[in-house]
Design a protein around this ligand. Structure first.
Ligand code: AMP
Length: 216
């Protein structure tokens, strides 16, 4: 099964994608993580992406699409995959459909995690991420057991440079202008499932697992 996770920045896509991929045993492909890994290794792609990420803008489609389609050719994506943060534009969604169709595959379900804007700003402002395994924490809602350390792997927690107030507002604007049309794109294809993301992480996970098991 190929799953696409949709939601504004801070909606909890990454957290749920992480939990679901573990539970379902499928690969979790997060476009933002791929860009950050490239940036850490100072690759040409990472340096190019950095300029856009710092401003909260989208990396151009041709660059992003090339990176994701390459990643999808890896053998761990043969049977199924869970895409988190991609597609983010209608152009990306259409190319993904074409690429899957060429391999006799398709997007089977698009999950939209809906969270009100006020909650998103609060969530992103207090977010800490593990540098090693990308697990996500929140200073008040889901703090780590030991300050600054990941519960899962002991890695160092950091605040993403694009989780600053101005950049957060730009990222949300970009989501509502450029990414939200994809919600209708998948709705028209009868593939959209919308869940209320303003709830406890475990509750959302339970809902999603039951939706996915019905779909399988
Ligand atoms: P994320 O970790 O998903 O919040 O992504 C962080 C940043 O990476 C975004 O603000 C964009 O600059 C860039 N990015 C991630 N995914 C995409 C995408 N599908 N298309 C364009 N830019 C992206």
């Amino acid at each position: 099964m190929n799953i696409v996770m949709l939601g504004a920045p801070g909606a909890g896509k990454g957290t749920q994608a992480d939990l679901l991929s573990e539970e379902l045993g499928c690969s979790h492909i997060a476009s933002g993580d791929l860009f950050r890994q490239n940036l850490e290794k100072k690759t040409e792609l990472g340096i190019l992406a950095q300029a856009y990420m710092q401003k909260g803008e989208l990396v151009p489609d041709e660059v992003t699409i090339k990176m994701i389609l390459e990643r999808l050719t890896a053998s761990d994506c043969d049977a199924s995959c869970l895409l988190d943060g991609f597609p983010r534009t209608l152009g990306q969604a259409r190319v993904l459909d074409e690429a899957f169709a060429a391999q006799g595959k398709s997007v089977d379900i698009a999950i939209y995690i809906n969270v009100p804007s006020e909650s998103l700003v609060k969530r992103l402002g207090g977010r800490w991420v593990c540098r090693n395994c990308q697990a996500v924490y929140h200073i008040t809602a889901s703090p780590p057991k030991v300050k600054g350390k990941c519960d899962r792997c002991g890695g160092e927690l950091y605040q993403r440079p694009d989780d600053k107030e101005d950049t957060i507002r730009e990222r949300l604007k970009v989501f509502f202008e450029q990414t939200s049309p994809i919600i209708d794109y998948y709705r028209e294809q009868g593939k959209l499932v919308e869940v209320d993301g303003d709830r406890d992480i475990e509750e959302i996970k339970k809902d999603l697992l039951s939706i996915l098991s019905e779909k399988q």
